[in-house]
Design a protein around this ligand. Structure first.
Ligand code: ATP
Length: 223
């Protein structure tokens, strides 16, 4: 069957779509736990000190989940390991990591990615990228209310978030580990609108059928 991985900026709705999609397909969801991440609040308080440690933390947790996902071969992951490097290089570009830290990280990531070459499946079957504008991203971040992500917690976050979005566009264009599709997260509110949700699901299912990952007569499992 299929391994699907979601990508997109903070608050794009990756976890929500992971839940919707895995139920629809009857496969297993893998979530990154933000609440159980002890380094994330430290990072937001002192990014320069904790950027490298946070990256090592994420690399470790995502490596475990992608390995499990590629072995089970039938699941949806709420964030890709492929985006972490974007985050870290962006942080390094604004002076939050030394060039030695960047070189060490890049080498470690490279070794870990080579390990994945030995998995029964080497990469996900499909990347589903949720594209959002700055306005949508901020609205969702506010609605969710994680204290350390709010602009009044740290006003420099506005620049951080805008910069992050500008790094995403070339990242998506260059991503070539698997087939990919983009969902317009500004236009399609798959949380609030049932019609939008169905449109998103139909788009993903059509892509999986086109890739021969689902039979033409496939219908959803209802659970
Ligand atoms: N590699 C990384 N480097 C720095 N921060 C990261 C990295 N990956 C995730 N984060 C941070 O972790 C938090 C959770 O991010 P993520 O986008 O994965 O989940 P989310 O915001 O719950 O997404 P969604 O709403 O789309 O489900 C955010 O504050 C984000 O900035």
């Amino acid at each position: 069957m299929t391994v699907i991985v979601l990508s997109g900026p903070i608050g794009a709705g990756k976890s929500s779509l992971t839940s919707i999609l895995s139920k629809y397909l009857g496969t297993q969801p893998f979530y990154e736990s933000v609440d159980n991440n002890p380094v994330l609040p430290l990072f937001y308080k002192d990014p320069k000190k904790y950027a490298f440690l946070l990256q090592i933390f994420f690399l470790n947790t995502r490596f475990h989940s992608i390995k499990a996902a590629l072995t089970d071969d039938n699941n949806v992951l709420d964030r890709s390991i492929y985006e972490d490097s974007l985050f870290f290089h962006m942080n390094a570009d604004i002076g939050r990591a030394t060039k030695e830290e960047v070189a060490t990280y890049d080498e470690l990531l490279d070794s870990m990615m080579k390990e994945l070459e030995h998995m029964p499946k080497k990469h996900p079957d499909l990347l589903v990228h949720i594209d959002v504008s700055y306005e949508t991203m901020i609205k969702r971040i506010q609605k969710r209310g994680r204290e350390f992500e709010q602009l009044d917690y740290d006003p420099t976050l506005e620049d951080y978030y805008k910069r992050l979005l500008s790094y995403y566009e070339p990242w998506y264009e260059n991503y070539d580990y698997s087939p990919k599709i983009k969902i317009d997260g500004d236009k399609l509110d798959f949380m609030a609108s049932e019609k939008d949700r169905q449109e998103v699901l139909d788009t993903i299912i059509a892509k999986l059928k086109e890739m021969d990952k689902l039979p033409e007569d496939w219908t959803p499992s209802h659970n």
